[in-house]
Design a protein around this ligand. Structure first.
Ligand code: ADP
Ligand code: GN1
Ligand code: MG
Length: 371
């Protein structure tokens, strides 16, 4: 795929239904997957208008047309629910800007796929919790997102990444990466490899419960990290859930858990000083409270009971994915320095250990909000 070239981005910009004069264009955000730009246009006598332009990652999302079908389906459905509830659909859900041919994406002359969204102004996507109340609000918003989609026809959704949170399958992929060791890196990370291998039961737990019919599949977001939600700068509410590439049938515990691994951590995902990394029980509690409120009584007793497990499974899986990518030569997650994926993997494993140590506390917190 390679980096975006100047010619390529100009071609993309020229092919969306934008109005006005382009004032500024800059790379934007800290996502690991797509190439995101912020464009600012000046519209005569009306001030400026901002939009997001993204080149979708085609190596990861192999069927961008189906992916955009999911996004259009989900965002138009959410738009209706938001209008019914008296909300502002231009701010509370993503809105795609069509390409000049009317499609919700543009295919450039290199065969790469682009899409564009209205930029959500006066809101922030955080890489680290600054105010605990913001984390609570993000929980309410992710829970509400799941509740709003509870009646969405799941059978119409395409699986954009096969087995995305099939932790059992990811464990097998990880073992193959260790065996192949294409970059000759395995010997230096024996400790991290052993950490994964010693916890195989964590990889299997949800797959087994699903097979036994003990937990339901729901329409979930599947990538609920804090920087995938816009927090309103004035009201501090979680105004809009973004990054809808992985909205698919999944597990409520995983949506909960992915938020915890990222947002309840006391440090950034790529912090190198591991003494700074722990799972904050204060933040965990706020998230449990907000998420259950947002879900509005739709989770089963069993799902609620399994929320701490969701946190552990998602953190373990994410660390394992970072380590797999490190062993395979960093082809999946975008890196900004040597060893970046290894640093990311280490923070995740530090969090898993910390959760294991705080297991009883986590269970007690969840019990407190269970009824
Ligand atoms: P990735 O899959 O690479 O994480 P995202 O869709 O999450 O891509 O976008 C990357 C970042 O761009 C987000 O974390 C957010 O900061 C910003 N962003 C994306 N869409 C919007 C939007 N509509 N309005 C404002 N910011 C956005
Ligand atoms: C990726 O797209 P982004 O940066 O929001 C990844 C998630 C990981 C996360 C780790 C499609 O999320 O699954 O948990 O990085 N998204 C995809 O930070 O693989
Ligand atoms: Mg993102």
């Amino acid at each position: 795929m390679g980096s975006v070239t100047e010619i390529q981005i100009k071609e993309a910009i020229a092919n969306f239904k934008y109005e006005g004069r382009l004032l500024e264009r800059k790379p934007y955000g800290s996502g690991h997957i797509n190439d995101t730009y912020l464009l600012t246009f000046e519209i005569e006598d009306m001030g400026t208008l901002k939009v997001i332009l993204q080149r979708m990652n085609r190596e990861i999302f192999t069927n961008p047309v189906e992916l955009m079908e999911n996004i259009v389906g989900v965002t138009s459905y959410l738009r209706e629910r938001i209008v019914e509830n008296g909300g502002d659909p231009n701010r509370e859900t993503l809105n795609t800007i069509p390409a000049k041919d009317g499609k919700p994406y543009y295919v450039d002359s290199k065969g790469e796929y682009w899409r564009s969204y209205i930029f959500i102004t006066d809101a922030t996507s955080y890489d680290l919790v600054e105010k605990p109340e913001d984390f609570y609000e993000s929980a309410v918003a992710f829970g509400t997102f799941q509740r709003l989609l509870s009646e969405y026809p799941a059978e119409t959704l395409h699986e954009t990444i096969k087995g995305f949170h099939d932790t059992k399958a990811r464990f097998e992929t990880f073992k193959r990466a260790v065996e192949k060791d294409v970059c000759g890196r395995a010997a230096q990370v024996r400790k991290e490899i052993d950490f994964v291998l010693a916890r195989e039961e964590t990889a299997n737990v949800f797959g087994d419960l699903l097979e036994r019919g003990e937990i339901p599949l729901r329409v979930t977001h599947n990538d609920t990290k804090l920087n995938n939600i816009m927090i309103d700068n004035k009201t501090h509410k979680g105004i809009c859930v973004i990054d809808l590439d992985t909205v698919m049938p999944g597990l409520a515990m995983n949506d909960f858990g992915d938020s915890i691994r990222f947002g309840a951590s006391t440090a950034l995902e790529d912090e190198q000083d591991l003494s700074k990394v722990s799972c904050s029980m204060e933040l965990f509690e706020l998230y449990v409270k907000g998420f259950l409120e947002g879900c509005g009584g739709s989770l089963t007793r069993r799902e609620i009971e399994l929320l701490p497990m969701g946190a552990k499974v998602m953190t373990y899986e994410c660390g394992m994915r970072f380590l797999t990518d490190y062993l395979e030569g960093d082809h999946y997650f975008r890196i900004h320095r040597e060893g970046h994926n290894l640093d990311r993997c280490r923070t995740q494993f530090k969090l898993v250990e910390d959760m294991e140590a705080k297991w009883e506390t986590m269970r007690n917190i969840v019990n407190k909000y269970a009824d």
